[in-house]
Write a protein that binds this ligand. Sequence first.
Ligand code: SAH
Length: 474
Amino acid sequence: MDHFPIFVKLTDQTVLVVGAGPVAARKVGLLMSSGARVAVVAPAAEAGLRELASRRQLTWHAREFIDDDVSGARLVFAATDSAAVNARVAEICRSREIPVNVVDQPALGSFIMPSIVDRSPVLAAISTGGSAPTLARLLRGRLEAAIPAAFGQLAALAREYREQVKAVIAHPTARRRFWEQAFDGEVAELTFAGREADARERLEQMLHCPAPRSLGEVYLVGAGPGDPDLLTFRAMRLMQRAEVVLYDRLVSEPVLDLVRRDAELVYVGKRRGNHAMHQRAINEQLVELAATGRRVLRLKGGDPFVFGRGGEEIDTLAERGIPFQVVPGITAASGCAAYAGIPLTHRDHAQSCVFVAGHLQDGTVNLNWPALAHPGQTLVFYMGLVGLPIICEKLVEHGLGSDTPAALVQRGTTPQQRVLTSTLAQLPALVERERPRAPTLLMVGSVVELHGKLGWFQPDRPESGHLTTGPQRI
Ligand code: SAH
C-alpha cells in the first residue's frame, strides 16, 4: 500500500488553500462541506470564491503566498498554476510537518486526494496512488451507479437507531443479522423509494415484533423499449431483488437476462388478440403472489404508465392493501425518437407532441381526428401497425397534407431497429411491401424529415441484411 487511507475530521479546523482558480475552488467546496474553516491565499480569486469571502464563509488573503501563512493550518493545499509557488508551499509544509497536498503534482506533497462518492454519512474514496486518476474516476462512476442516491439516508436512519437496537438486541451476532436484514430488505427499499416514514415504521416493527411479515411487495417496473442500457438504476436493483417476475412480450431478451438468476420467470404475454393471460388474471396473480410474502416484479415494456395498463394493475394492489412501487421506464416514443434521430419536438417543426393509442376497434380507429390533424404537432401512434392505412387516411381527410412526413420505426433501440420513412399518402404501400415486424411505432409530422440528418443508430443486423439500413431521405 503506497498511501494509507484515513478520513480526517476537519470540523472547525483551519485549512489553507494556496491559489484561487477553478481547481482551488473545487477543493474549497469540498472542504467547506466537511465543516473546515477555509483560508485562501491568492492575489486574485475566481468569482465563486470572492462571493464566499464577501459572505465571510471563508477568509481570503488577496496577496502572494508567504511562508508564515501555513502557521496554524491543519492541512494545506497548494493549487496555484505556478510550479515554483506550489513547490515552495510543499517545502515549507514539510519542514513544519504539516500535511500538504499539491494539486496536479501529487509526488511533491505528503498526501493525495481520492476520488469520492458522497452519500453522506457514507463516503467511498478511491485512489490509484496518483498513478491513474482517470481510472479512479471511472471506478467512481461505477460506484455512483451502484450506490443508490438515498444510501446516505439509510445510514442516517441506522445511526439514529443504533443505540436503541443495541439495547434491545444484546447479542452482537443477532444484531448484525438484524442490520443485514434491514439494509438488504424492505427498510432499504422503502428508504430508496423516498418513503422514510414507512422505512422507520418497518424498522421499529422488526425491532419490537420480529415475526416475519406475511405480505410481500410488488414492483411495477418499466423495462424500456429494448436496449438494456436504457434501464434505470432502480429497475436494475429491483430486478436483482425480485423472487418472481411477471413479464410480457414487449420485454426484450437482453433485459430479461439481467433479472436475478434464481428468480422464477412467468410469461404473461399479451400479444394483440392473443392474451396469454387476461388482464384481470394478471392483476389477481400479482395479489396472490405478493400475499404469499414474495417480492414480485411486474416487468413491462417501455413505461408502465404509458399504454401499459400499469394503473389497473396497481389499482387492484391498492384495494387489497399490498405494498407496491412504480418505476418509470423509457417509453417507446422517447426511445424510438432518440434512436431514429426524430426529435419529438423541435422549435422549427413541432411545439407539441401527442401520444396516441392507434389500435383497431371493431375494424376502425376511433380517435378525435380534428384535434390530431394539426400542423406543428408530432403524433406518435402506439399499436398503430394494423390500423396504419386508416390512420394515414383519416389524418389527410381531416386536414393534414398528404405529403406530411411519416415514419414507421420497427423494434426501436434494438439491433433489429429499422426505420421506414415516407409520407402519409405513401407510407401504407411502403409498409405493405416491407412488412416490418412488431413492435412498431408510427411517427407523423415534419420532425420526421430530420431522420435523414440526425439518424445515428445503425445496428448490425445480420439476419435482415436484405433490408434497407440506416437513415433514408424522404
Ligand atoms: N408501455 C409501453 C407501450 C405499450 S403499448 C411503452 O411505454 O413503450 C405497445 C406498443 O408500444 C407497441 O404496439 C408499439 O407501438 C410500441 N412499442 C413498444 N416498444 C417498441 C419498440 N421497441 N419499438 C417500436 N415500438 C414499440
